[in-house]
Every structure is written in structure tokens, then in C-alpha cells.
Design a protein around this ligand. Structure first.
Ligand SMILES: O=C[C@H](O)COP(=O)(O)O
Length: 309
């Protein structure tokens, strides 16, 4: 849709209220112990298993894809009563030149390959090159493209400029899903985060995503709350559900629970599926797997299996 500044101009985010709303999410026991395994299994389904490192190699991507196909060890899978091989992650997320390796390694599975593009992580290259990078990654087989927004356009309130760029990126994606990374740690205020979320959605983003993982501050719960409320407001005004992807710095299973609780409380259970919710994380799966192993061997094993049935 066209830029509609009325959807966000004058919107004021109360930072203290956002902080208060999120303060207890990681500490309070909102998920009963016997249901935690089911929530953690759902988190696995929603992970964009990521490697975005300067020393990535075909071999590392191949190993990551093997993990994407079998994210938790077979004995844990069996202990939870899951069908062998049925649980996979939401996607594998890599740099563009790694896309062909990931596509090959994931052949025959339903796991999509996501590629970052548009001069990730800073996005500071000419627009025609950023668009060409998207087209190249799509041609290599990426089904999802994680673009980065031009922070300067957001920081200076050039919403038309930002809308134009993201609209061009959307067109370059073709049939691929587009996730718009706002790099919220560099947007200075929550009001700017709300406005940039709205502009990205108006310009056709299928998902809005917090961070690249390379900013000094990446996914936080208060910023996520602001983005989630923006997509809730956008959905109420347009009828279009948009997905959300917190990304960067998440390493623990308890964070996977906190973000899912936030999604459920703000948007409802429908959002707790990979079509509308992803975690961007390179190293959270290990802790989730460890916690699931405890569930299989611990005193909640029987009730965890029951919750998953
Ligand atoms: O999009 C995903 C992020 O880049 C992953 O960040 P991370 O390595 O801090 O988990």
C-alpha cells in the first residue's frame, strides 16, 4: 500500500510502560512445568537457524543444515513421543553466497533457505546493488529474503524515502518472502521503531525483524513489544497479518519461552507458528535441546509427553 503517515504520526510510545510490561516475562512462571516441553518444541519449529559469520564455509553450512533437519537428538525426540524426523526448524538463514550450499543440503526437506541481502548488516551501498543482491539470492534458491532498512532514512524521518526503498526491495523479492530488519538498536527511540515498523509493513514486508545480530543492542523484549503492537495495529487497520522475528543475542531456552508468552499474550495463539513467528538465532537451539533432554529424563517426563500428544 501507499505510505500513510496518519497510521503512525503522533503515536507516542511510553518507554517506562513498555519496560514495566516486559520486566517479569523472563522470571514469572507463566508456562506450567509440564507444558514447557511443548512450548520449547514449538520454539524449535520457529527457529531460523542462522550462521552469518565472516568465516562461514560450505562445510559449516552443511552441518547447520543437518542440524536443521534433525534439531534435537533422536533419543530426546523419541522420549517426547515425537515422530522421527517430523520436527524441523523454521528455516536456515545464511549470507547470499552460502545459499547454493544450503539449498543443496536441504534438498528433499520442506525447510526454506533464507538469505540476508541489501548490504547486510549496515545496508550502506547503492540501492541498485542492494536490489541486485536480492535478485541474485532469489535466483540461487532463497525462498526468504531478510533485508536491512536504511537507518538514515528512518533516523531523519524520511518516511517516503524509506517506503520507496522497501517497496523496490519487495518487488525484487518476487515470490520470496521478505523480512524487514529494522536494526532497532540503531533507531534511537521507540517512536522511531513504531514508525519504521509501520512503514515497512505498508511497503509490503511479510515479517518485521528486530535486528541483524550485529548491532550493539539486538532483540529486547520492550522493543519487541512495540513492534508487536505496531503489527497488531496494522492488522486491525488493514486486515493483513504480518509476521514477527526477534533476532540477535538470544541464547537461552527461557528467552524462547518469554518471547512466545509475549506473542501469545499480545496477539493470541495463532501467532505461535512459523508462518507468523520466527526466532533469528545462531546459538539458542543448544540450550533448548538441553532443556528438552531434562524434560525427557526428569520428573515431568510423562506429563510433557501428554502435553505434546
Ligand atoms: O538473524 C539472526 C541473527 O543474526 C542471529 O544473531 P545471533 O548470532 O546473535 O543469534
Amino acid at each position: 500500500m501507499k505510505l500513510d503517515v496518519a497510521m503512525f504520526e503522533g503515536h507516542h510510545v511510553n518507554r517506562a510502560a513498555a519496560d514495566r510490561r516486559c520486566a517479569t516475562l523472563t522470571t514469572r512462571r507463566s508456562v506450567k512445568k509440564e507444558y514447557q516441553a511443548a512450548w520449547l518444541v514449538n520454539a524449535v519449529r520457529c527457529v531460523d537457524l542462522t550462521t552469518l559469520a565472516g568465516d562461514d564455509t560450505a562445510g559449516r553450512v552443511k552441518r547447520l543444515c543437518a542440524k536443521a533437519r534433525q534439531p534435537i537428538a533422536p533419543h530426546i525426540e523419541a522420549g517426547l513421543g515425537l515422530k522421527p524426523g517430523a520436527l524441523t526448524v523454521g528455516a536456515v538463514c545464511v549470507y547470499p553466497t552460502m545459499v547454493p550450499h544450503a539449498v543443496k543440503a536441504l534438498e528433499g526437506s520442506n525447510i526454506p533457505v533464507a538469505s540476508v541481502a541489501t548490504g547486510f548488516p549496515a545496508g550502506l551501498m547503492p540501492l541498485h546493488l542492494r536490489l541486485e543482491e536480492i535478485r541474485w539470492a532469489v535466483a540461487q534458491g532463497a525462498a526468504e529474503i531478510d533485508i536491512v532498512i536504511n537507518r538514515e532514512l528512518a533516523l531523519t524521518g524520511n518516511w517516503q524515502g524509506l517506503h520507496d526503498e522497501i517497496t523496490a526491495m519487495r518487488a525484487a523479492c518476487g515470490d520470496a518472502h521478505m523480512k524487514a530488519i529494522l536494526a532497532t538498536g540503531e533507531l534511537e527511540t521507540l517512536n522511531t521503531v513504531y514508525a519504521a515498523s509501520m512503514v515497512a509493513m505498508q511497503a509490503g514486508a511479510d515479517f518485521i525483524k528486530t535486528s541483524t545480530g550485529k548491532e550493539s543492542v539486538n532483540a529486547t523484549l520492550p522493543v519487541s513489544l512495540v513492534m508487536i503492537r505496531a503489527l497488531r495495529d496494522y492488522g486491525a487497520l488493514t486486515g493483513h497479518p504480518i509476521g514477527f522475528k526477534p533476532a540477535g543475542g538470544m541464547k537461552q531456552a527461557k528467552e524462547a519461552l518469554a518471547w512466545q508468552i509475549l506473542m501469545k499474550e499480545e496477539l493470541g495463539r495463532d501467532w505461535l507458528n512459523p508462518d507468523l513467528f520466527r526466532f533469528g538465532a545462531s546459538s539458542m537451539l543448544g540450550d533448548i535441546e538441553r532443556q528438552l533432554e531434562h524434560h525427557v529424563t526428569g520428573r515431568y517426563a510423562a506429563s510433557s509427553r501428554h502435553a505434546l500428544a
